[in-house]
Structure formats: C-alpha cells, structure tokens
Design a protein around this ligand. Sequence first.
Ligand code: SF4
Length: 469
Amino acid sequence: MSFSDMPVDVGPVYEGERIRGNQMLVELGGPKIDKKFELVRINQKAVDGKVVINGPDLKDMEKGKQYPIGIFVEVAGKVLEEDLEAVFERRIHEFLNYINGVMHLNQRYTTWMRVSQQAFEKGLNTFELIGTILIRLFKAELPIVEKAQVTFYTNDKEIAKPHAMAMDVYNARDERARGLHDDDVDMFYGCVLCQSFAPTHACCITPDRTSLCGSINWFDARAAAKVDPKGPIYEVPPGECYDKLAGHYSGIDEMMKKRSLGEIEKVYLYSGMEYPHTSCGCFEAIDFLIPEIGGHGIIDRNHDGVALNGLPFSAMANQTGGGKQMPGFNGISIQYIASPKYQQYDGGIETIVWMGKNLKDRVNEFLPADLRDKIATEEDVSDINALQKWLEDVKHPIINTDAYKNAVGGGEEEEEEEYEAEGAMVPMGTQSFVVPGAGGAGGFKVILKNCKIHAESIIIKRIDNKKKK
Ligand code: SF4
C-alpha cells in the first residue's frame, strides 16, 4: 500500500503525535462540541473508494475554530458479520493517528480531532484525502474488508440525523452485552490496541467488564479474535479463579504479565483499589476514591467543570492513565457501572456517593432503585464538606460502613487505633517512574513491585528554570 500520492506522510510512526492549540488549523468534535461520532456499519452495497462530505470541507473552515465531526464508514466483504463493526470502528482511532498532522482522541460519541496548520499548508486541505487514507488503511490492515466508503458530517444541520442513528447503534450494542455475565462464559478476551500510547496497558474484556474505552464488548472481542486470532484482540482463557469477589483469575494475571512485559503481575477485575485494572487513556469515565468520605465518585469524559474533589476530568485522567495500576483512580467504561459486579471487591455500587449529573442521568435506570436518589451530583452538593451532610440526610448506605466511619472520624476506638497503627499506608501494587538524566536526556526507569508507600506529606515544587540558571 502506498501513500506517495498524499501530501503528508502516513504510518504508525505518527501515532502519539500531539497537536497543541497553537499548532492546529481546526478542532473537530471535542469537549466544546455537542455532537460528534464515529461509526462503522456493514453495507454490502458500499461503493469502494467513495468519500462524501456533508458540511464545510477543511479548506472552507475558519482557522482556530471548532466544528462538529461525524465519520461514518461503510464496509463490504463476504465474511463480515455485525459483531465486527465495533472492532473496526475502534481502528478509526489508530488509522487517523497514522496521518502526520492529524490527532485523534477517544471514540464513539466523544471523538476529538485536530488537524495541524502545517499539514494543511502541505496540502492536506480536504476530507477527501483523509477519507481516502482511511479507506486504504481499512482494506490493507483488515483484508476481510473488500470495499469501503466514508461519509463526513461537519455542521450541526448535517450531523443531527446520523448522530441519532449512531447513538441508537451504540445503545443496541450495549443492551445486548448487558444480558451476559462473566459466569456465563468460558473465554475472556484481551486487547492491546492502546499500547502505542500506554505500553504496559492491556484491556481484559469480559461480559461484565466492557473495555474501558466502551467501544469493544465481549461479543465484539469474540468476533475479532475469531477472524484474526493473532491480531490485537485475542482470547484469554480465564484459568483458575483464585477469588470470585475480586475477579482474580490466573489466566488474566498471565496475560497481563506477558503483555505488560512483566510490569503488571496481578489484576483484580472488580476492584479499583487493589490490583486494579490498568488504564490507558481512552477510558469513558474514572472511578475515584473520596478519602474524606471513604466512598467513591465517578466522573465521565464529557463532564463540564470539576468533580466534587475540585479536579476536572483531564487532571484526574493524567493521574489515572498511562498503563499504570493506580489504586483510587480507575479508568472504566460507562457500561461497567451497570454490571452487578461493579467494583464489588471494594463494596460495589453502594460505595458510589457522587456522580456527574449527565452521567447519572445516563445510567440512572441501571442503578439500584433505592440508591438512585442517594447519589449526589454537582446540583446537590458543591464540596466534600456538604457531601457528608447530604449522605446522612438521605441515609446513603455508605454511612453504615466502617470505611465511612473511619474516614469521617466516627469509627470504633479499636478500629481507629488499628487504622492509626497502619498509618496512611496505601497499597500501590506496581509503580514505575522515570528519573531523567542531566539536561533531560537519558535517565533511567525505576519500577517498584508490590510496594506500599507511606508519606507524611507530599511537597510539589515548581522548578523555575530561569532561577536555576
Ligand atoms: S481501551 Fe482497551 S479495548 Fe479499547 S482500544 Fe484500547 S486497549 Fe483496546
């Protein structure tokens, strides 16, 4: 496959390219835009090579502005089946990032792209070229795709209808997946598509734990592993179940150890606090510990503003992602919140005391009926001090737990002593950090395995380079 006729280079080497605000021509989708989506569907009547642009083309867009983006890819092929659509769809992220001068983040209805000014000046000035590159990559990397066509939607009017159609498709996929549970199957799946961004991350995809990007459920993974067993999505025999409550399986430990090159040795599928699942950067939401309450909050990628702890999604995402096991910050799919196994090792859904309002509205029907009105949102409480009163007023079940009593200072004396004796020791699992060399070059990586970190205080100092000089 050749891209010599293209004005910019195309290849995996450009994955991970970042385009800052001051380098971009335009932003497509992203947090400031209401409607954005990407969808793949099988259509045996797809016209190979066809690219349609509904709305303004790149060359008609105003520099520095944000626009809606809908990317609808239709594929044809004799052996294609519907379960493959979501898996193909996830490849849009990878393929667009192959283009030098295009940055693509997220998935489904959270697409966020930037096209660089530099690429535009080189001649990448139309979606026709981006669509053609996508089509070529789809056919080259997924040989069972025989024909492909792409349609772009780039204004509010054009995107409304296909966006609604895409949301219906995502909901139908999620609904189907909700009917199946981990105990019903004898095979799990893994995915390493995000290793270009997070080298120690692999997703464990089970019926109850949809991939944390939310785009690949157990059915999708099964179909992908069937057509390409040596590909980035593969079978993971669960092996021996060491702990049912934690979701601790020998097969998952083995897979994680192999795929993280020894950095991650143990994963509890249903815990955000002990040996949690690693997080890349594509998670739909973050389950975060609220230590002052002993409960958890959930913030999703589309949350406007800060969470209860004063941090926006982006700040917590930095803490959570990168392929690390970070107890207290766990990247999750929204679908996982609806699972009966949701963080059951940590106390389950009843530990959730705060959620972003939009997210709560979205998952409301899947929450236990007697908990729905007891989970606060930004409309109910504005800070952690107000949260404690709220929880006691609504009689949230967390207030009867030792975790809550210890956190707010009302625990039994004996428990308090035990807590103090252990200090504020947080089990951290495997942690790694990089020590840069002189002048920022070279350096080395330190990996702490099975460590517990106890700090009396953390001091964060800004390094003022001018002063240092
Ligand atoms: S988040 Fe997980 S399932 Fe989704 S593409 Fe990345 S590795 Fe694959």
